[in-house]
Design a protein around this ligand. Structure first.
Ligand SMILES: NC(=O)c1ccc[n+]([C@@H]2O[C@H](COP(=O)([O-])OP(=O)(O)OC[C@H]3O[C@@H](n4cnc5c(N)ncnc54)[C@H](O)[C@@H]3O)[C@@H](O)[C@H]2O)c1
Length: 298
């Protein structure tokens, strides 16, 4: 069993560390937020006063932070991970970040002599709690294989994606499809309603037909059709509109960098931005259905 450092004990980080603890590892954690530190200590994490302290004696460090700028800040600087980790420490960034920041982290890790992998996840808070996340792991093959046993207690699937940054690429492209499919499901659901179809009847047809998708089965945007739908609870968040906006903006930035026209992605981004600008970014992203049916009221 190993000592693992964990930086970023938020909605995802804390439940992920609980699965490492259950697997018998010792976890030394650090977060800038006092409530996150408190909850982590209660869960059995050894909380530390800084990232450098958390790294003391750790064989591997995971970072689970909001955005690229946070990962760059945590790894860089005099007190950052590159400066304070012991030689040979394996570095794993599981945050969802932009490809350019991710490439910088790979480059700087290599300069500093560390093995580094980008390992973003899919599966949300429920997957983090159950230990069933899908990890998309990009980096040098040896580093990816070294990371695998540390990742496994938190994962349903661990998929090696190839070269550095391809983990982030996979995550960004997957979520581009997810949010486009969410809007397509909303449009079809609203139209089906207005054409007189019973919600459950249309759902049961689409589910076994060519209109099937993950958002259809998970987020059908009328209440009483799908048990897991946020529509059952006034769009209480399972995946916030703000986080969806962040992810789709990562796809659009990558589209610009690679000269790729993302027409539908741009439209979906505008819808999520409208929700966020109106102060409803903390609601579930499937609230875009209300933009489709005209009932959105900020
Ligand atoms: N929430 C989800 O459903 C979900 C699903 C898949 C992927 N993700 C991705 O996982 C990452 C984390 O998401 P989350 O929902 O846990 O976010 P969160 O905001 O709940 O947690 C992030 C934590 O990082 C801490 N932090 C920021 N900078 C820090 C620093 N320099 N040092 C130490 N701590 C620092 C914050 O205080 C916060 O507690 C994001 O990149 C997100 O896109 C989230």
């Amino acid at each position: 069993m190993s000592t693992i450092a964990w930086i970023g004990l938020g909605h995802m980080g804390l439940p992920m560390t609980k699965n490492l603890l259950r697997a018998g590892h010792a976890v030394r954690g650090f977060d800038l937020s006092e409530p996150a530190m408190h909850a982590s200590a209660e869960a059995g994490v050894t909380t530390c006063a800084s990232a450098a302290e958390a790294l003391d004696g750790a064989e591997v460090v995971f970072t689970m932070l909001p955005k690229g700028e946070h990962s760059l800040a945590a790894y860089g600087g005099d007190e950052g991970i590159f400066a304070t980790a012991a030689p040979g420490t394996l570095l794993i960034d599981s945050s969802t970040i932009d490809v350019a920041s991710c490439q910088q982290l790979h480059d700087r890790a290599k300069e500093a002599g560390f093995e580094f992998v980008d390992a973003p996840v899919s599966g949300g808070i429920a997957g983090a709690e159950k230990g069933t996340l899908a990890f998309m792991v990009g980096g040098e093959a040896a580093a990816v294989e070294r990371a695998r046993p540390f990742i496994e207690p938190m994962a349903g699937n661990v998929i090696a994606t190839g070269a550095p940054t391809t983990g982030q690429a996979a995550k960004i492209c997957n979520n581009l499809m997810l949010f486009i499919n969410m809007v397509s499901t909303s449009e079809a659901a609203v139209l089906a309603d207005r054409l007189g179809l019973d919600h459950s009847v249309f759902y049961s047809i689409a589910k076994v037909s060519s209109g099937d998708s993950w958002p259809l089965r998970t987020w059908y945007p009328y209440p009483g059709v799908v048990e897991t739908s946020p529509a059952n609870d006034d769009f209480a968040p399972t995946f916030t509109a703000d986080l969806a906006l962040k992810d789709i903006n990562l796809a659009l930035a990558a589209g610009e960098d690679t000269d790729t026209e993302l027409t539908l992605g741009t439209i979906v981004k505008d819808m999520l931005k409208q929700v966020s600008d109106a102060g409803s970014g903390g609601k579930d992203c499937s609230i875009v259905k209300k933009l489709v049916d005209g009932s959105f009221d900020a």
